[in-house]
Design a protein around this ligand. Structure first.
Ligand code: C2E
Ligand code: CA
Ligand code: CA
Length: 505
């Protein structure tokens, strides 16, 4: 393989050698035959030598030029899209930063990134991913005029440099427009099914060196992703502060994961039909040395983004099982234990194998495990979620759809999943029974759950009125402050023991 590109070198040298030897042999003879005068012959020989050197020089130039040009193309061009690659982009940016300062020019750097590109690659294969990258590259070329510098800087990321003649306002408008158009202006299913996010920063307002420009644009891109993707965001100073804050929180979270410094609380679930505690949901807590209690809503999302969620989940499962064992809480006292599972973890085979071992070891004595997965996450990745769920169902683990009502799942898709339970999101319960909309939605969810023979848990039940309304419409399991707040295992133990001794509440 290594010789494939250099093989012509031997051929070229050999051809040159043969031609040169033939030339020397025959041209000498021809000159001798033509000129008998020794002075004329000498001059002819000199002229012949000079011609030979000239021809060799031209040949050398042509060969070197072609080779160096090919090398340059190979080094600076992205072979997939035909656009300049990262190296070319960085060189151009460095140059623009240098000349920009000297000539007082302004321009913007934009980084664009296809949302959920890894999912597309995983689900539809790399060739589909490549196809999309080529289409996006072409589309950018088509939508922007040639004054824009467009590069494919690696993976699913594209880099743009705006022409320096454009005003900042025009550039901003153009970029917002572009972000919105790239995927939607082409009647192609693959493109229409995807979105992209973009982040930009301005020279010299936001940064003055190539590295800083790239960093600030990257921060702006992170913000666009963080705000829900499919948008364009500009760098500003405030952003730097929030990002630094997030980085520092991420660092502390990494420490906490390392030390497994999490606490667990359990929120029991009450069945209004049997008047018994039928299960509990385990909820993780993180006590930060300076910030105090950081709500899981903040750090779970962070753990997901920073690739730490699997370890958090493992820690929660291990700890919960150990605490239940130590408290002597078995299936009689607590029939079911709900564990929140990030869809990322559900799709991660290694962690799931590990959890399987942990749960299998104690499956007889333990409350039955139920994994709660949010509705949106489930629907985003239906095929893979489905097969992961099926393999867990065979091992006696149930599934519940968390925060139900906030996503857009259809009955036909829900029917596909091996589910045991739906949890109606707290936002629908909150204003019951007064809010007409919420009342209708809740009733619809309950009717749908009945059709699919699913249990329903109402979460965030805070008042007697809410509970009565839910019960009247067929919801029997309640979780919320009205019944019990999340509590440490010792308190849960006391609560369950008391309940066992008091037959009817
Ligand atoms: P969630 O799964 O929807 O959990 C229910 C949240 O509602 C909990 O908040 C709980 O304390 C709160 N809650 C329960 N009853 C009431 C009520 O009557 N009124 C009000 N206002 N709130 C109530 P928490 O513990 O802050 O958890 C927030 C979210 O963090 C959870 O929402 C869940 O999505 C996530 N989370 C918590 N623990 C874990 C975990 O171990 N793993 C993962 N992946 N996510 C977790
Ligand atoms: Ca939950
Ligand atoms: Ca929930």
């Amino acid at each position: 393989m290594r010789h494939r590109f250099t093989r012509p070198a031997g051929r070229i040298a050999l051809t040159y050698l043969v031609i040169a030897l033939l030339w020397i042999a025959f041209s000498d003879r021809a000159a001798e035959a033509l000129f008998s005068d020794s002075q004329l012959l000498n001059r002819t020989q000199t002229l012949k030598g000079a011609l030979f050197v000239l021809a060799t020089a031209l040949l050398l130039y042509a060969l070197m030029h072609r080779t160096l040009h090919r090398i340059e193309v190979a080094v600076l061009e992205d072979s997939l899209t035909g656009l300049p690659n990262r190296l070319a982009f960085t060189r151009e940016l460095t140059l623009r930063c240098k000349t920009g300062l000297a000539r007082d020019q302004r321009f913007t750097v934009t980084l664009m990134d296809i949302d959920h590109f890894t999912d597309l690659n995983d689900e539809q294969g790399h060739s589909r991913g490549d196809e999309l990258l080529i289409l996006v590259g072409r589309q950018l070329r088509r939508l922007l005029n040639k004054d824009w510098y467009i590069a494919h800087i690696g993976g699913d990321e594209f880099g743009l440099l705006s022409p320096s003649g454009l005003s900042i306002q025009e550039t901003r408008e153009r970029l917002d427009w572009l972000q919105n158009r790239v995927m939607r202006s082409h009647n192609n299913d693959l493109m229409l099914s995807q979105t992209l996010s973009a982040g930009s920063c301005e020279f010299p307002k936001d940064a003055r060196t190539d590295r800083d420009m790239m960093r600030q644009a990257d921060m702006a891109l992170s913000r666009a992703k963080h705000q829900g993707r499919d948008r364009h965001s500009f760098y500003h100073e405030e952003l730097k502060r929030t990002l630094l804050e997030r980085l520092s929180l991420a660092k502390d979270l990494r420490d906490a994961v390392e030390r497994e410094a999490f606490t667990l609380v359990y929120q029991p679930q009450w069945s209004v039909s049997t008047t018994q505690w039928v299960g509990a949901e385990v909820l993780v807590r993180w006590h930060h040395p300076d910030r105090g209690w950081v709500p899981p809503d903040q750090f779970i999302a962070l753990a997901e983004r920073e690739g730490m969620i699997h370890r958090v989940t493992k820690c929660v499962v291990e700890k919960a099982l150990a605490e239940l064992k130590q408290a002597g809480l078995g299936r009689d006292a607590l029939p079911s234990l709900s564990i929140n599972l990030s869809h990322l973890t559900l799709l991660d085979t290694n962690t799931m194998t590990l959890l399987r071992h942990l749960i299998d070891q104690r499956s007889n004595t333990l409350p039955k495990v139920m994994f709660e997965i949010t509705e949106t996450a489930t629907m985003e990745n239906l095929d893979r979620t489905l097969s992961a769920m099926q393999s867990w169902r065979q091992r006696g683990v149930d599934f519940s759809i968390d925060d139900f009502g906030t996503g857009y799942s259809s009955l036909s898709r829900l029917k596909l999943l091996p589910l045991k339970e739906l949890k109606i999101d707290r936002s629908f319960i909150m204003d019951l029974p007064g809010d007409q909309n919420d009342a209708v939605i809740t009733q619809a969810i309950l009717a749908m759950a009945k059709t699919l023979s699913l249990n329903v848990v109402a979460e965030g039940v805070e008042t007697r009125e809410q509970s009565d309304f839910l019960r009247a419409h067929g919801c029997n399991i309640m979780q919320g402050y009205y019944y019990a707040k999340p509590m440490p295992i010792q308190e849960l133990n006391v609560l369950l023991t008391q309940a066992a001794n008091t037959p009817v509440r």
